[in-house]
Design a protein around this ligand. Sequence first.
Ligand code: SF4
Length: 410
Amino acid sequence: MNGEQKRVFSGIQPSGDIHIGNYLGAIKKWVEIATVHDAIYCIVDNHAITVEFDPKSLPIRSFEAARAVMACGINPEACTLFVQSHVPEHTELTWLFNSVTPLGSLFRMIQFKEKTRSALRKALSKKSGGARATILHQIKGVATTVLENAAQIGPDLAALDPTADPNEDLVARLNDGMGNIMQQLQVGLGVSNASAGLFDYPVLQAADILLYKAGLVPVGEDQEQHLELCREIAERFNRRFGNIFPAVARIPGQAPRILGLDGKQKMSKSLGNTIGVLDPPDMIEEKMARAFTDPKRLRKTDPGRPEVCNVFTIHTYFTPKEICAEIETDCRAGKLGCFDCKKIAAKHIDVALKPIRNRAKDLEANPKRVIEALDQGAERCRKIAGQTMTEVREAMGIGPGALKKSSIGG
Ligand code: SF4
């Protein structure tokens, strides 16, 4: 790394096929970043195991994600690409960071609430009849008990005067009441089947970045809360144990969040609203045919509103500017039907993805190139991670190095 370069860290989940949302929202930027910075890119399989997964297919998914990322233009000669679990220091640093992370900060994480909600939805969709009713009964029971507990602490809450001398009985009763509510909330989370790993996910994310003392991360605005927690963890650690970790900043100017073909939610494999970067032409056309458009446009002759149409947004990323301008005019004038418009979009997406598909085919025929790149990446990362962990362990007074340096060892 030269004086001008900064270290950048970013990760991608091995959760199924890499899609155009990943490509436009992250990987294209990764390619640019690798030309100016010391970029470390990671296939985050430790994150993937926080929800249900199949151990047999996980290594294959990690390989496939690396192959797709390389096919999208990531050159392992110009950056470092590796699989998270191949560098065990990620999980060690997570545990150490857990000791400086306030539980309250983790409870505030919006993404945990969203993921818990989707885990519950999944659990409900798999159950039927009595099993489904049992889950719903449990949720109703938890919510009722929380409300009852909250009502019980109401009088004590009203009686507490923070400016007066504390009434110790009152404070203890309030504390017990809040503890009961917390207990019930934990039962509620248990019903949703969320793992402790899912709860701790942002701490692992902070460890991923800080293990390499990366000062920059190319993440979207939706990750700002996790980034804020990462800064909080670094500050708390530095305050208690010495100045080891840098302040982390987001690289500005990220591509906006790419909506899925449903036009409502972020493009995501789990929502089934994606176009994969390796999808063949007929699949791209078939998926685009199902894409959500301007809901007020019922007939071809109705004037359309490209500004609310996600198909038009997709056009702006793949279709040449002059053709986009024609589409916009013809859509507003009710001259272009959505069916034809989607076909045009599918054609231009295919043109953009074809070189990626070709590179992916080459790598499929030469899997060793991917495996060697990942091995070399992990080797470099283990060296950097090892140096950081030596500093961290000594600063925290753990590990053989700390014992040797202690009054007994010395
Ligand atoms: S013609 Fe194209 S841009 Fe206009 S509403 Fe239909 S799909 Fe959207």
